[in-house]
Ligand binder design. Structure first.
Ligand code: HEM
Length: 389
């Protein structure tokens, strides 16, 4: 399965999704202007969901003021992410219990319902996206490309449907959470965003940032890396289990031992990062303004995606999504704390989290979203029309 994913989501091929990502970033900015009554995190959730919805199945965009067709998938994803944490089930503590549980309809009812719903939904979405009508209307997608290569990948249609559904689950919360932390950083550390906005203004002028500007905007990449380092959205990664007995130094790990890579702690390793608690994108930038080479042993400072053979399969797609949304938000808005009755800033607590299982997101907080240009809406629409024509 990893091979099938890699064939379509590698660094080169994900470029075909850039137009979708740019359009969705424009819709994010437009939505924040037109719907200030909707919470900022809800806008971030929409943009992540809509990119996945369009790239994986080729469906039309999800609007901020319309129904959310991904709602049930989100619920199923949340159950999965919670269940994946070691210790989340009694079986993790007493593995022999699984033989008893497996034969009890009562004890299996929750996981059976989860499986049936996920199966039905994944197959329905996959079949719909592969139908010729959908392809004509919405173009090609990850799922449709998989079906075209079915014989080569060796996966059954059911495998492909599941794979596409699971990619959506893996992509949604992680992407929106990384954007939420970046917005939190903008509110808490405004001085760290002055230079990057100056760089964006100098490079893009009146129009929205686009992927062609990437090389000219090293500070945006530095800010993105710092956001992912400062607050990895999946701080303990995805748990693994040893597939054989392992001896590591003085430790013996028998086959079947759960293993957790503590990305939160590794991203704070003082041997790699000084003042690690501080949000400071300049750690990734040379004096001459160029992006530094990745810190040794840090996977190019993208530890938030894990490492090794099970490194995040959607890393390239995710980096592009976060980059274009971040660049757009920085260009379009200032995010500021609310004030109390005496005019003092009400700062969110950076250690207030919501535990969603594998992902941990910041607790929502009220903030002011201030457009940086009086004609922002026209600029966004003009940039969008320009990229479509
Ligand atoms: C900023 C966004 C994202 C972050 C921070 C993130 C982070 C992670 C992490 C930490 C892992 C576990 C790696 C390990 O076990 O060592 C993972 C696995 C995975 N991710 Fe992501 N991810 C993101 C976006 C995405 C997207 C967009 C997709 C798909 C389109 C995706 C698909 C996957 C899959 C399939 C796995 C499991 C890989 C395996 O076990 O072989 N992720 N991700």
């Amino acid at each position: 399965m990893r091979k099938a994913v890699h064939e379509r989501l590698n660094v080169r091929d994900v470029k075909s999704f850039c137009p979708i990502q740019k359009e969705e970033a424009a819709s994010l900015a437009e939505g924040l202007i037109l719907h200030p009554e909707i919470k900022v995190f809800r806008h971030l959730h929409r943009v992540a969901a809509s990119i996945g919805w369009r790239a994986l199945w080729g469906f039309p965009t999800i609007t901020i003021d319309g129904p959310d067709p991904t709602h049930r998938l989100d619920e199923l994803g949340e159950d999965l992410l919670k269940a994946s944490i070691p210790g989340g089930s009694l079986v993790d503590i007493f593995p022999p219990l699984r033989h008893i549980i497996r034969h009890s309809r009562y004890l299996m009812r929750k996981s059976n319902t989860w499986f049936e719903d996920m199966n039905r939904l994944s197959i329905h979405l996959y079949d719909t996206s592969c139908s010729s009508k959908a392809r004509q209307e919405w173009g090609n997608s990850f799922g449709a490309a998989l079906r075209d290569r079915e014989r080569i990948s060796g996966l059954s249609p059911q495998d492909e449907a599941w794979l596409t559904g699971q990619l959506f689950v893996a992509s949604n919360d992680t992407t929106s959470t990384s954007l939420a932390y970046l917005v939190l950083a903008m509110v808490l550390y405004p001085s760290q965003f002055i230079k990057v906005r100056q760089q964006i203004d100098a490079v893009v002028g009146d129009s929205m940032p686009s992927f062609e500007d990437w090389e000219k905007l090293p500070l945006v990449e530095a800010v993105m890396k710092e956001g992912l380092r400062w607050r990895p959205p999946a701080p303990l990664g995805v748990p693994h289990v040893t597939s054989e007995d392992i001896r590591h130094g003085e430790y013996f790990l028998p086959k079947g031992t759960p293993l957790v890579a503590n990305l939160w702690t590794i991203s704070r390793d003082p041997a790699l990062y000084t003042n690690a608690e501080e949000f400071d994108p300049s750690r990734f930038i040379h004096e001459n303004g160029k992006l530094k080479q990745g810190t040794p042993d840090s996977h190019n400072d993208y530890l938030a995606f894990g490492f090794g053979r099970r490194v995040c399969a959607g890393k390239a797609l995710a980096i592009n999504s976060v980059w274009i949304c971040l660049a757009t938000l920085l260009w379009a808005f200032e995010f500021e704390p609310m004030k109390d009755a005496d005019g003092n800033d009400i700062l969110p607590n950076p250690m207030d989290f919501v535990d969603c299982g594998a992902t941990v997101r910041p607790l929502a907080f009220p903030m002011k979203v201030i457009p940086r240009f009086p004609d922002l809406l026209q600029r966004i629409r003009a940039s969008r029309d320009h990229s479509i024509n």
